[in-house]
Ligand binder design. Structure first.
Ligand SMILES: O=C(O)CCC(=O)C(=O)O
Ligand SMILES: [Fe+2]
Length: 233
């Protein structure tokens, strides 16, 4: 693996993608485990105000916070973590591991930045791992605006509207996407139940609550208090 090239691609584009990174058996095992957690008809955890205003429909689960863990096949993978070393050269910590579930027929996730981009040195690194194929049938493509980690704040606009230059991806089982938290991204509407997993990391010295405030095109939202902290128009 050419870690220097990976580093350069990530820092130029704001993301870097690896296909077939994890093997099918591990992904199937984790996919089943996640589905079992959610059960067949999970309830939304966010407030109705958040869901309607943000155009985000996703139910998060933090398995390591529940003391269940159980995803070390990803979390402790040597190459996965060596790539992280290469991206965050001055050291890093795990932030948290978050599983995400979106029901068939739901909106996906509107354009956002995972944290405000006020300080370019304060950000989260998404390490997204896909445990099942994303296809035309499933919907839920991930859309990324390349280089937007250097573009300042996400422009005001309609939550799901296309942005010139956006790239649409359908990650397959075992794909890993390393994505800068300031890089604009969204998830297209979901046609079949969708799972994604995120083993978030942060550079050393980043506050633990870095992702508490998320930037959308129409607002900034604080998850810990479930409130819109700024309307954007
Ligand atoms: O589920 C995805 O593909 C992306 C989710 C996302 O926006 C995130 O984890 O920050
Ligand atoms: Fe995100």
């Amino acid at each position: 693996m050419n870690f220097k090239k990976i580093h350069n691609t990530f820092w130029e584009q704001g993301y870097v993608i690896f296909e077939k990174f994890f093997d099918d058996a591990l992904m199937d095992n984790y996919n089943d485990k996640i589905l079992q957690h959610y059960g067949v008809n999970p309830d939304w955890e966010h407030t109705d105000e958040f869901i309607s205003k943000s155009a985000v429909e996703v139910i998060p689960w933090f398995p390591y916070r529940d003391g269940q863990g159980g995803f070390d096949g990803i979390d402790k993978d040597k190459i996965f973590n060596r790539i992280t070393d290469a991206l965050l050269k001055d050291g890093w910590n795990n932030l948290y591991c978050m599983m995400m579930f979106s029901k068939a027929g739901s909106k996906g996730q509107a354009w956002h930045q995972d944290c405000p981009p006020d300080n370019p040195l304060k950000y989260n690194l998404n390490r997204l791992v896909y445990t099942h194929d994303i296809t035309d049938e499933t919907g839920g493509d991930i859309v990324i605006m390349p280089k937007a980690h250097k573009a300042g704040i996400l422009p005001v606009g309609k939550p799901h509207e296309d942005i010139d230059g956006q790239l649409v991806f359908q990650p397959k089982k075992g794909t890993v996407v390393f994505l800068h938290g300031h890089c604009f991204h969204r998830v297209m509407p979901v046609k079949k139940d969708r799972i994604s997993t995120n083993f978030r990391a942060v550079p050393l010295g980043t506050p633990e609550d870095i992702t508490d405030v998320c930037v959308y095109r129409n607002m900034k939202y604080r998850f810990s208090t479930s409130e819109v902290i700024e309307e954007r128009s």
